[in-house]
Design a protein around this ligand. Structure first.
Ligand code: GAR
Length: 210
């Protein structure tokens, strides 16, 4: 089974979706650790409840991003993961850290990438009067939210939608989307080659729609 370390910064509902699918025998993964850059967050309680080792590497205790990422890398490394899953992890990573886990790190981002890398994606979709919104799972590369997209889920924005309603709706889709892609990784279906995602050994020309 694929050894997975999950990085979080907060609520951890995407972590919970992975925990639940693993527990149900639907995902050939072993979540060997949960690491949070913030203490006392809900995601850590979820890990505790599932008897998953969990640690905090608090970014506010480090003088620079480099020092923090070095500590984070050491923390991750002790669990010898096959895959690092960013699930609502809200820190920008140094190139060093990204390179260390090249091809072995996935992120979920709440927009239809390449639209809206960075923050406030729901507000930006509303401000631009987009008709659709969604979420993307991609391999992490040095470019922020710029790695090759593997799969997306999308939905129609309704009149009356707000940032909050979009955030809720997107998470419902993410809880299906992310476990699916993590499962593909665990089954060796997907890989990173240069700046390209491969699916069953072939270049993925467009994201899979889930
Ligand atoms: C998710 O919607 C995820 O896409 C987003 O944060 C939420 C975390 O929810 N991630 C980012 O914005 C990454 N920059 P969760 O903590 O309940 O899983």
């Amino acid at each position: 089974t694929c050894r997975v370390v999950v990085l979080i910064s907060g609520n951890g509902s995407n972590l919970q979706a992975l925990i639940d699918q693993q527990a149900a025998g639907l995902l050939p993964i072993d979540i060997v650790a949960v690491i949070s850059n913030r203490p006392n967050v809900m995601g850590l309680q979820r890990a505790a409840k599932a008897n998953i080792p969990h640690q905090v590497v608090d970014h506010t205790e480090f003088d620079s991003r480099e020092l923090f990422d070095t500590a984070l890398q050491q923390c991750i490394q002790q669990f010898t993961p096959d895959l690092v899953v960013l699930a609502g992890y809200m820190r920008i990573m140094t190139a060093d850290l990204v390179r260390r886990f090249a091809g072995k790190m996935l992120n979920i981002h709440p927009s239809l990438l390449p639209k809206y890398p960075g923050l406030h994606t729901h507000r930006r979709a509303l401000d631009n009067k987009d008709l659709q919104h969604g979420s993307s799972v991609h391999f992490v590369t040095e470019e922020l939210d710029g790695g090759p997209v593997i799969a997306q889920s999308q939905f129609d924005i309704q009149p009356g939608d707000t940032e909050d309603s979009l955030a809720i709706r997107i998470k419902q889709l993410e809880h299906k989307l992310y476990p699916k892609v993590v499962g593909w990784f665990a089954e060796n279906k997907i890989a990173l080659q240069g700046n390209q995602a491969l699916y069953n050994g072939e270049k993925l020309l467009q994201p899979k729609m889930i």
